[in-house]
Ligand binder design. Structure first.
Ligand SMILES: NC(=O)CCC(=O)C(=O)O
Length: 279
């Protein structure tokens, strides 16, 4: 029988422009998280490089490559499920924002390329166009653990509720979003979006941000968070480097879903959600 509780660690890594330093720090914090009892450890979006369109080509790697080799080893050495945040990936002359997941044997069990690119223009505040250098992924990705099925997406993807609904339909009880919101949208939307996805779908939602670096060209909001199926924040980081731990109680997902059974109350006669993804 599947365990109904497990411990998650959200590693809010301080990311610099030095890739080797980022990999070494990430590896150290993964070991620390495992030592703290985590069964599943997750890193932030762009954990190996600064977040910015000009950096993606410079730091992009093949998969497997230097960064994912480190992740595979860290997962195996520490016997944890490891969600490797994301890295800029190069494949076939295109660049992607890609998340990889490793099991406790160090095997790659999932690879997700950010589906919705972060292209926004908030006048006088922030303009960011990921599509200047990145291409979007074209598939949705879940992975199995002995605890539950987990749905994976990256940052801006959290703004698209259909994606979270499809993962829920596929049986996920936890959604993870490595992400790097900023000082404009972070305070306004970061927690609200997570609580919205968690409440709509009655599951756990975890987000993992880099720590805030005021000197970086893109200043991340921080505040890596875990929200429960009732829509409550159960663990939340500040903005500095830290590891946030929390228990994920899967029986609570079942309890909330049976108390307020929205998934059985949909009106398929008047609207429907269609899963077009091949994976
Ligand atoms: N890295 C991202 O996708 C940032 C998304 C973001 O900040 C938002 O407001 O959405």
């Amino acid at each position: 029988m599947a365990a109904s509780k497990f411990k998650i660690a959200l590693v809010q890594l301080f990311v610099t422009a030095n890739k080797s330093e980022n990999l070494a720090r990430a590896s150290k914090l993964i070991s620390q998280a495992a030592g703290g009892g985590a069964n599943l450890v997750a890193l932030p979006e762009c954990f190996n490089s600064p977040y910015g369109t000009k950096y993606f080509p410079e730091y992009a790697e093949k998969i497997p490559g230097e960064s994912t080799n480190m992740l595979a080893k860290a997962a195996k050495d520490n016997k944890v499920f490891l969600v490797g945040g994301s890295i800029p990936e190069e494949d076939g002359g295109k660049l992607y924002n890609t998340s990889t997941v490793f099991n406790p044997e160090g095997e790659l069990i999932a690879k997700f390329r950010k589906v919705h690119l972060f292209d926004i223009d908030v006048p006088g505040k922030i303009r960011f166009q990921e599509s200047e250098t990145l291409s979007p992924g074209s598939g949705l990705v879940t992975f199995d653990t002995p605890y539950c099925k987990v749905g994976l997406a990256i940052c801006y993807d959290i703004r698209f509720p259909e994606l979270a609904q499809i993962y829920t339909r596929r049986g996920c009880k936890l959604l993870l979003y490595p992400g790097a919101f900023n000082m404009t949208t972070g305070p306004a939307h970061w927690e609200l979006l997570q609580r919205g996805r968690a409440l709509d779908n009655q599951l756990y939602v975890g987000t993992i941000s880099p720590a805030r670096d005021e000197k970086a060209s893109y200043v991340a909001w921080g505040h890596s968070t875990l929200v429960n199926p009732w829509g409550e924040v159960v663990a939340k980081a500040g903005h500095e480097e830290e590891i946030v731990y929390s228990d994920v109680d899967l029986s609570y997902v079942d309890e909330v879903r049976s108390s307020i059974p929205t998934s059985n109350q949909r009106r398929a006669d008047i609207y429907k959600l269609q899963d077009m993804s091949q994976n």
